[in-house]
Structure formats: C-alpha cells, structure tokens
Design a protein around this ligand. Structure first.
Ligand code: SF4
Length: 473
C-alpha cells in the first residue's frame, strides 16, 4: 500500500481512454469473463477502460503508463501468483498508478497483497465496488471509504447483488486465442459464461465458502443468453458454464439451457456440479443431454470415504459410482476433478484411486494433472480450524500464498513431487494421456494395473469430449 497524496487522481482523470486498465492473468484458458463483466459496467458509467489478458497478450508498458487505476483479476490460485508478479512490474513501470486486485483469491490473500504493494482489494460480487472505486478516484477521492473495497486493511467481501450488464467482449482477444472443445476427433471454438456465482455449500477445502459464506447469486437469464448470443456470433459452437455449481439453482439453469437450445440447436455445453446435486437431479440428465450437454465436471476429489468426510464433500465413494453409471446411461461424460494428495491419503489409498480410475474406464475422463493435485490451504480455508489438520499443518508460506503441510508418510510428498514433474514433462511433450497414466501407475507401484498400453490406445475420435486447457486451479 502506498502514500495517498502521491496517488490521488485529479478529478475526471479516470474517464480518459485507458486510464482504467483491467488485467487478467489466467482464467483456465478461457476468454476472461472477469474482465468482460466489469468492462460492461465501467463503459456504461462513462469510463473508457482498456483490457489486457496476460494469458495470451504481453504487458504493454504504454498501456500501463497511461493507466491511473490498474485492476487485476485473481479468481484462482494460479492467477493470484501471476497477479502478484504483475503488481511488481506495474509498480516499476508506473509507480503513480493505483493497483487493485479483485476476485476470490484477492479476498483470501488481502493482507499479503496489501503488504506487497496493492492499494485496494475487492472480493465477492466485485463489479459494483470496482465501479464505485473508479468513480471515487475520478472525483479526486482516495478510494479508502468505498464500501466493499479494502485499502489499509482487508474489507469484507461484497455480497450485494450486482445490477448485471451484458459482458463486453469486444476489447478482449478473440475466441480463437483460447482453449477449444475437442470432441469426436474435431476441435471447435468454445466460449464461456456463468448463470450464477457463489455456492450454497461449505466443502472445507474449497475457496468459495470463506468468501461467499453459503450465498449464491443468479445472473439474469437475459444477460446470460445475450452473452451466449454474442459468443455464438463470434464463432463459439460450445459454451462452458463456469458457475461454481450449475445445479445450485436447477430451475434457473435449466431454463437457460432450454432457451439456448431453442435458439441455437447445435450449440453444445458443459458445466460443473457436485456429485450430490447430480444424484439429486438425476431425472434431469437425459434432458440435459438432449439439450446439448456433452460433459459435466464434478469435484469428486477422493474416493476414500474418510477423506470425503473430512472435506465435508456431501458424497461417498458409492455416490461417485452411482453418478458414473447415471451419466453414462444419459450419454454425458463425467469429468472428475481430484485432490488425490491430502494428509489423510495413504499410498495404498492413492493406488486404489488409480485402480478405480482404470476399472471404471475413467482414464480418458481425466487430464493427468488431476492425479497430482496437492491440497491447497489458502488463508481462510475451513480446513485450518479442523482437528484432523492440526498435526499436519505448518506456517503460512507467503511466497506460495498457502499454508504448508506435511504428509505423515514422507514417501507421499516425494511421490507427489515426482509425479508433478512427470506430468508437467508429459504435458509439455504432448504425450498421450494414457501413456502418462501408465507412467504414474508405475511410479506409484500400482501393480494391479496390468492393461498393456497398446490395448488402451484408441483413435482421438473415440475419446470423450474435453477442453484443450488441462489446468483447473
Ligand atoms: S466444492 Fe463445489 S459444491 Fe463444494 S463449496 Fe465449492 S463450489 Fe460449492
């Protein structure tokens, strides 16, 4: 955080073209909605913001030099780490501009980010606090008294419903620059939108509950559909619904995909939903498939019931088995996300997971990175207070924005490091994920996996649908 006197903007200065600069560092390989949404509100209020997506563009020093307020979106951990680096670079290029970080991981790491040179932090429903901040600075204010904006100290996340505007995508790189859908041997342009934000649930490892505290907000149907429409016009033939859980409001979500299908019958889509919701709404699956749903991402995390109970996931291994069967019957691919390395997962448990993946025919449903994810403990994590965590927990590591923890069996920490290196190299070399799976199994000593590689190699056409960006965190 820096001195107010040197940083206050003269009245009216922020409405100049490019005086507000929005930056995204990473949004899962998608065209960043976290820029498109505030861009719309700022433009509607008479600002002329610029935008840079560092995932596909370079940090233009001229654009940074013109900016009076730079707002960096950090919706996930990878984005946070890149965003913290961007703060340093922006500060050295233009020491006079004010820097705001916004998004889920900005709230969780507010203290550390303020210490590292951020002037403002915004979390939760972020667009309106960001707009009010720009307006306050534009009037010559300091931004310190703006509701929902943390300055000298972190502020509570804003949980007031935003008056949504249709996201502005014109200033962003085209969809061609982003991850695509791979399906039936064909690669297609993909877009993303969201029908809701926040979540009703309290899974203990998830970064959403510490910010949203069980609240969720729907995005108006006409706004969602207008966003789909503009992406279809830009060439998208598949839409990802990036909601934390698309089935938190099933009536709202279903109405949207019905309307979408009526207008664009060949448009396909995917969404994320928890196992518990898929089970509870099983009767919707055939309808969702008919409307164009190709796959559902679900945070399975583990198939060990003890681990699932500690994480308070609301499902069991048996439930996962049932959802695999239900989605298969409906013709929808289930793409599980996993957290296979936790303090409570034994080597035997890890091998069991690999065997489960093979036995249930899920090798092609997983990007190999899912098999090396290690539990992340950001500030505010609900797990920090759990008695099961206490004996494993280390200090906060500000360089990595996470609390350290150690596995009681040192072999597991070594295995995770080795497998991360193995998966990183394989992804870099474009290795067949099945081959990577076999390497993982061999390193983990999962000797009951015997299927030879050649029997599992199939033509790309036979692979389940996926997006070409394998990372997710
Ligand atoms: S893991 Fe999914 S269901 Fe659980 S709190 Fe997070 S978003 Fe909600």
């Amino acid at each position: 955080m820096r001195d107010d006197v040197t940083l206050s903007a003269p009245g009216g200065a922020l409405r100049a073209r490019g005086a507000v600069l929005l930056i995204s560092t990473y949004e899962l390989g998608r065209q960043p909605l976290s820029l498109a949404s505030p861009l719309a509100l700022l433009e509607r209020a008479g600002f002329s913001p610029a935008a840079i997506d560092l995932a596909v563009q370079r940090l233009d020093p001229e654009a940074v030099g013109r900016a009076r307020l730079v707002a960096i979106s950090v919706p996930m951990h990878t984005a946070l780490r890149l965003g913290a680096k961007a703060v340093e670079r922006i500060g050295s290029i233009n020491p006079a501009c004010r820097i705001c970080l916004y998004g889920l991981y900005a709230t969780l790491n507010a203290e550390e980010l303020l210490r590292r040179g951020a002037d403002f932090i915004i979390g939760g429903e972020q667009e309106e606090p960001l707009l009010r901040l720009a307006e306050d600075l534009d009037r010559g204010g300091t931004g310190r008294a703006v509701d929902g904006v943390g300055a000298s100290a972190p502020a509570a996340p804003s949980l007031r419903k935003v008056v949504f505007a249709v996201p502005r995508r014109a200033a962003l790189p085209p969809l061609e620059a982003y991850a695509r859908l791979e399906h039936a041997g064909v690669t297609r342009l993909a877009g993303q939108t969201e029908a809701s934000r926040g979540c009703l649930h309290f899974c203990r490892h998830c970064p959403i509950p510490p910010v949203y505290a069980g609240r969720f907000f729907v995005v108006p149907r006409d706004v969602v559909l207008a966003d789909v429409r503009q992406q279809a016009a830009a060439g998208a033939t598949h839409i990802t619904f990036g909601d934390p859980d698309f089935l938190n409001g099933p009536g709202h979500s279903l109405a949207i995909v019905r309307a979408m299908h009526a207008e664009f019958p060949s448009l396909t889509f995917d969404f994320t939903a928890k196992i518990e919701h898929i089970l509870k709404r099983r009767e919707l699956l055939p309808d969702l498939a008919r409307l164009g749903c190709l796959f559902i991402v679900s945070a399975v995390e583990s198939i060990d019931d003890r681990v699932l109970a500690i994480l308070d996931k609301g499902h069991t291994r048996g439930d996962v088995e049932a959802v695999i069967d239900l989605t298969r019957r409906a013709g929808i691919t289930l793409r599980p996300s996993l957290v296979p390395f936790t303090p409570w997962t034994s080597l035997g448990g890890y091998r069991d997971l690999l065997e489960f993946v093979e036995r249930r025919g899920l090798i092609d449903h997983l990007d190999p990175v899912q098999l090396v994810i290690r539990l992340l403990l950001p500030p505010g994590s609900l797990l920090l207070r759990r008695p099961e965590m206490r004996e494993h927990l280390g200090p906060f590591d500000p360089a990595r924005f996470t609390y350290a923890w150690r596995h009681p069996d040192a072999r597991m920490d070594r295995l995770q490091q080795d497998l991360s290196a193995l998966v990183g190299k394989a992804a870099h070399e474009g290795e067949d994920p099945r081959l990577t799976f076999d390497r993982i199994a061999a390193r983990a000593g999962a000797s009951r996996l015997q299927a030879p590689i050649h029997r599992r190699i199939v033509h790309d056409k036979g692979r389940p649908p996926r997006l070409t960006e394998p990372w997710f965190c």
